[in-house]
Design a protein around this ligand. Sequence first.
Ligand code: OOG
Ligand code: MG
Length: 259
Amino acid sequence: MSGEQQVSELAERLDTAARERSTTKPLSADTELDTATAYRVQEALVGLRVARGARVVGGKLGLTSKAKQIAMGVHEPLYGLVTSDMTLPSGGILPLEQLIHPRVEPEIAFVLNAPVAGPGATAADVLAATGYVCAALDVIDSRYDGFSFTHVDAIADNGSSSVFALGNDLVAPTMDLALAACVLEVDGEVTDSAAGAAVMGHPATAVAFMANALATVGKRLEAGWVVLSGGLTAPVAMSPGRTVTATVAGIGSVTLTAG
Ligand code: OOG
Ligand code: MG
């Protein structure tokens, strides 16, 4: 089997799982997968969405906080791409009937008004390129059995991406985002909290990590992109009727209800 053919077969396997709402064994259980090949599978997987009419609208970081690394048992960060068919409005309904076993996590999202290119991109470069930040809820929905995977599996599965919602308040990043407090509420009760620093010391550092990783394959973060900097807390499993709200001090809040 040629490398290219294997990459597209692995991408098809994940795409089919997502569309049929079935899970599969981790790819690494039967295929030798290195990090570079896993990112090629991710690119092919996103390519299938683009072929169906979606547009790449940004990126996402994964496993950038200790809370997330501990929750998933994977201790290295990764990045993925987000597409126009993944967006939900804040206050909207999370369509459980289209998803497998979704979990929701609070994040700080960056909207760029200039590109950020590595190598050597820093948090300061990211902040200089940022038009505004907003609160975000990222919905992860692993295509793997039992939401269980290794680092390369999660890369290939595009960081478990399914849909995400941005808060309606768009704020210039003039505050210290490391100290921005995030409170997570489930059905009106506070269940978790974290500061922006939970993500790699500063959420802009996570965005810079993605710019530098993209540079190794000749790519960059593009102007106009939204970049989700990674779950600040452990994720919350969604069940019918459950409402999750994330509020970030100085920024705003975002809500989703599982339908
Ligand atoms: C993979 C990473 C997902 C994050 O913010 O950590 C992610 C996963 O946990 O399924 O979006
Ligand atoms: Mg996330």
